[in-house]
Design a protein around this ligand. Structure first.
Ligand code: URA
Length: 239
């Protein structure tokens, strides 16, 4: 038996997949299904409470072995995510770039240094939050992720959210916000408001790489971050 909300989610994913493929000019579908990672989010298995780090590590191993799209062949390193497995705030970017691919860590380049400053501006440290991307492997030449790659990878992100159970997800940039919200709206329109992502508050804001090119937009990110800071301080209850 499958519960209704899960079935609805699957139907919504399929619809979205078909739409995205059509937009990319693909009118034929690969019939090979995406093999979902085993449900790694069992924090309470057989009465044994397992800690988030252990469960995340298991998911990381599955991602390491994933062969659902060709990016696993061209990447140097898997960039699974980093930070506190019990973080109250989780950031989601687009995909690893060159420096992330080399180091196996998200947001380690110039955009990463700016993200660290953004985190510190609301009184947190980088180690206090969790940082992940929609894609865990670098697309060659930093090209935009393809719909089929997003579909292949999205269950890893969903399970990361399930395991970490952050109070707030902050989507960095258009790609992450559109992917999680299944929206086609521009980031300028999406940013600055809280949305719901499967029961978790989600705030889209501009990507740090965009801010490096458009420093005058930093004030908008500051407004969005203040909303996140205030939400977190008003919801201090234990996880
Ligand atoms: N941009 C992203 O979206 N993610 C990274 O990890 C680095 C740059």
């Amino acid at each position: 038996m499958m519960d209704k909300s899960r079935l609805n989610r699957i139907i919504r994913d399929i619809k979205n997949f078909i739409e995205l493929e059509k937009e990319s000019g693909l009118d034929e579908f690969m019939l090979k299904g995406v093999t979902k990672p085993k449900q790694a989010s069992g924090l309470d298995t057989g009465g044994v409470a397992r800690d988030r780090k252990t469960v995340l590590d298991e998911l990381r191993t599955q991602a390491q072995e994933c062969r659902e799209c060709p990016l696993c062949k061209s990447r140097r390193n898997l960039v699974f995510g980093s930070g506190d497995p019990g973080a109250r705030l989780m950031f989601v970017g687009e995909a690893p770039g060159l420096e992330e691919d080399i180091k196996g860590e998200p947001f380690v380049g110039k955009a990463g240094a700016l993200l660290t400053k953004i985190i510190e501006a609301i009184g947190l440290k980088r180690e206090d939050v969790y940082i992940a991307n929609c894609l865990k492997c670098r697309p060659p030449k930093n090209r935009d992720p393809l719909p089929s790659e997003v579909i292949a990878c999205r269950e890893f992100l969903r399970q990361q959210v399930d395991i970490i159970r952050p109070k707030v997800i902050c989507c960095l940039g258009k790609f992450s916000a559109q992917t999680l919200l299944m929206s086609e709206e521009s980031i300028s329109r999406l940013r600055g408001r809280f949305y719901d992502f499967e029961g978790t508050k989600l705030m889209p804001t501009f990507h740090p790489a965009y801010l490096l090119r458009n420093p005058s937009e930093k004030r908008h990110v500051w407004e969005d971050m203040k909303k996140i800071r205030d939400y977190l301080s008003n919801h201090q209850e234990n996880q």
